[in-house]
Design a protein. Structure first.
Length: 171
């Protein structure tokens, strides 16, 4: 059984898509561990603010099957395959970590943006503060403490999680 960490982001009908994405993830992976929800300014383009968070789950699926599950959930929530990299998103789901695996294929793990985007690192540090990054060998909490917090605007928000969501922890 692998422990996976998942980033979710949306800026198109964000509350609707984030709730639907979480319920779809629960249907696919069972109980989730969740960070708080954060609002952040768009990174890489001018656009409306995003809602972001990180979830953790257990799975027996391969990396390829996990990513395929995420793509199916994104498409069910209106994600268009041909969207530019930096553009508005109905739902963006990315695999950040698959246990402590380091690889480039079928995808890059750990995901590079962990170290560069506050909207990934802060929520990851919330749910896995003492877990060490598999290549830089520092805890996510210490990485967040050292992060230049002035470089990206990010703040936690109140969020009404769906009542049918089964979680192991919500901060």
């Amino acid at each position: 059984m692998a422990r996976i960490y998942i980033s979710l982001g949306t800026n198109i009908s964000p509350e609707q898509h984030l709730k639907a994405g979480l319920l779809d993830l629960q249907d696919s992976f069972g109980s989730l561990q969740l960070s708080r929800v954060f609002e952040s300014e768009a990174v890489g383009f001018k656009g409306t603010n995003f809602l972001n968070m990180v979830a953790a789950a257990e799975t027996e699926l391969s990396i390829t099957d996990v990513v395929a599950t995420f793509k199916r959930i994104e498409q069910a929530n209106g994600r268009i395959k041909s969207e530019k990299k930096f553009s508005p998103r109905s739902l963006d789901i990315d695999l950040l970590l698959y246990d402590n695996l380091v690889c480039d294929e079928p995808i890059e793990l750990p995901r590079g943006e962990i170290l560069f985007n506050a909207f990934v690192l802060w929520p990851l540090a919330e749910i896995a503060p003492n877990l060490n990054h598999p290549t830089v060998h520092k805890s996510y909490q210490s990485l967040w403490q050292a992060f230049d917090k002035q470089s990206q605007k990010l703040w936690p928000i109140e969020f009404d999680f769906p009542s049918e969501l089964q979680t192991t922890m919500i901060l």
